[in-house]
Write a protein that binds this ligand. Sequence first.
Ligand code: ZN
Length: 276
Amino acid sequence: MAEMNEQPTVTMSRRELIKGLAAGSVVAFAAPSLSGCTTNEALGRQQLLLVSDEQLAQLAAQSWNDALRKNRQSSDPALRRRVERVGDRIVVAADRRFPQQNLAQQNWEFAVFEDDTVNAWVMPGGKVGFHTGLLDIMENNDQVATVMGHEAGHVVGRHAAERYSQQMAAAGGLAIANAALAAGDVENRAMIAGILGAGVTFGVILPYSRKHEYEADRLGADFMVGADYRAVEAVRFWDTMTKRSGQRPLEFMSTHPSDQNRISAMQSYISDQGYV
Ligand SMILES: [Zn+2]
């Protein structure tokens, strides 16, 4: 295992959690959904998870269906097949690496949206959306695999669940978040979809933290190599994106923040792992 690039963790402390419990704000969120701190083997660290995979998958399924219904999908079968093939290979590789996560049992879906913005996103349960604007500037399948691996890394890292849990903690009351989950009004749905990563439907998407980006990069490189793609293309791809984002803002860069440090970290990781 290579050295982890530790970033400062933003998690709710045990004391804060207990304070919330004492204030009664956690009551509505009683077990079985309150899972608390668990260790994620793929990350080698603990996570505060206050939502179950089932809850999140259910929410994501709604947002995913909205996305499919409200946005135009590419009518180019070759392009769709290309993304699906890369996606399938990445999932097989991820499943082989972390069999305990039952990744192959999830209902992975890959969609290509007819949209000029340079973007791609993922929702829990393995729902991955690519925009044609991003595919247009990709030079090869290794670069498609770069983004696919990275997005799968967010899923394996349970980053959406962690982010949702952190938001709940920050909001100061789980009851609020629970109400948001239950309510069907547009504002809450947009907020939840943003946390889940469904930017295409609601126009709201939260950037991942640097810590999550580093983790998704490392896992993405592992999956790429496991699926016989060239990890060096990941460095090339992010380098190009970072340079482009200096000229005009790219959606993809605002939701997956990158800079030279991150690219250097990726470079070191793939050489430490012997991927190049
Ligand atoms: Zn990311």
